[in-house]
Ligand binder design. Sequence first.
Ligand code: DGY
Length: 418
Amino acid sequence: MIDREAAARVLEANDRGHFTVPTDTLYPHQWMWDSAFISLGWAVLREERAWIEIDSLLSAQWPDGMMPHIVFHPPGSAYFPGPSVWQSATDPPTTGITQPPVLATVVRQLYERGRDRGLAERMARAALPRLLAYHRWLYRARDPEGSGLVAILHPWESGMDNSPAWDTALARVPPERAAVVMGDRGQERAVRSDLALVHPAQRPSNEEYRRYISLVIGFREASYNPDRLYWESPFCVVDVGFNALLHRANLDLAQLLKAVGQEPHEVAVWIDRGREAFDRLWDERAGIYLSLDRRSGRLIEVPTSAGFLPLFAALPDPDRAGRLAATLETWGRAVRFLVPSVEPTHPAFDSLRYWRGPVWVQVNWMLWQGLRRYGFVDLAARLQADTFALVEGHGFREYYDPWTGSGLGGTPSPGARP
Ligand code: DGY
């Protein structure tokens, strides 16, 4: 079993009062989807602290509804790219892009499981207009053509930063313009704080970072104007993971609205349109959902763990869910630990490098729920056993090698180490 006290020590060591860092030096600020998941941990220990986490995230929302992917409190750290690169002109400083929209899903769980009913009612009611404003922004800014699916404009928005699914779209981004921020080629070690903390073989490449920063420079030059960015960004992708999580968040938002006595009209429209549009992302031959490149109009034929996330959003019919489970079983014969972030026989698979192969606990947690929802109890049990074995055998780590189980990336903050 997982050592709950050790898990609690990780949270306590990362607690900064009103927000929680994912880990102290590598990620010294508040990350959006990390914080959302973290609040579920706080809910077990201290319910009030869970709501504080959500509240501090939501208080960094932009006036137009955008939820930034990093909130830079406290100011001042070696993190790259920090506020001077993003130039958001907000207080606190933030990035100008978003991250997977799991917030409404988490708020619903906090609300429904809340032992202090008064607190849960008050906090959920306060969160609802902001969650609605965020989802409205996503459809307005990222689906101006009304397709029912929203686009991401930066790989960091997927949360799965260096997934090989982004390689072709990212190749369109000119790396040269990053030089104003990153210096000439060969100088990356001087600016990339991550490379001093994690072995470079476990992080995105310098070439990818140049393109990530190039996108940021383009966005800040356009003053983050959403009406321009959708059309101008060379990277514009319908990410299957982001959209599955948005669909799930819409279902949860509708339930929350009903629970407080409000009609979820516009959310119901998003749900209907999204369900229909998702058909476009299904690959019958591969037996998995794929992302779609908005610039080329083509499906991206790189199967990743994100392609199973529609199970968590109740999207597939039973036949397709069965195909997905069969695909996942095939992956499970190729690796010791499920779920690798990329199909294990794909040429780009790399068992060590961030989102190009390693296993991530939050993805397993969501897929475990999705499998159980559809009745795949044995496969769900394997996922749970694999996840627990990784954490028990290799500690609380950012991600894990699907073959050996080795812990990779960020390590627990010093205060949490046994
Ligand atoms: C990082 O710093 O690697 C983050 O994933 C970007 O959000």
